[in-house]
Design a protein around this ligand. Structure first.
Ligand code: ZN
Length: 100
């Protein structure tokens, strides 16, 4: 892994990999994106952070405490896309702050 991607401009962050195994879907909230996924057992929305998904290998449902393992081999593309989104957001924040 290298950090040089940070210098690149956001590339295709809007094009989600059509990977059905992707555990994470962005749900448009009130102006802010809340990453997370729906619990397959109780249907509760499990909020999580991009960092958590990148560094962790499992999510736990806050409602029924079901443990969801993140299959990194299957989700590699999705995690990679998330990382790019995260980087783009970081860049955007930095730009926004320097402009105002
Ligand atoms: Zn649940």
């Amino acid at each position: 892994m290298c950090l040089t991607a940070r210098q690149r401009k956001e590339e295709n962050i809007m094009s989600n990999p059509d990977n059905n195994a992707a555990p994470v879907s962005s749900v448009a909230g009130q102006g802010q994106q809340m990453p997370g996924m729906k619990c397959p057992q109780c249907g509760e929305f499990i909020p999580t952070t991009i960092q958590h998904i990148i560094i962790s290998s499992a999510l736990v449902c806050p409602n029924c405490h079901l443990r969801l393992n993140i299959d990194r081999t299957k989700s590699g593309k999705a995690i990679d896309a998330l990382r790019k989104v995260q980087e783009a957001q970081d860049n955007l924040e930095r730009k926004t702050h320097s402009y105002r």
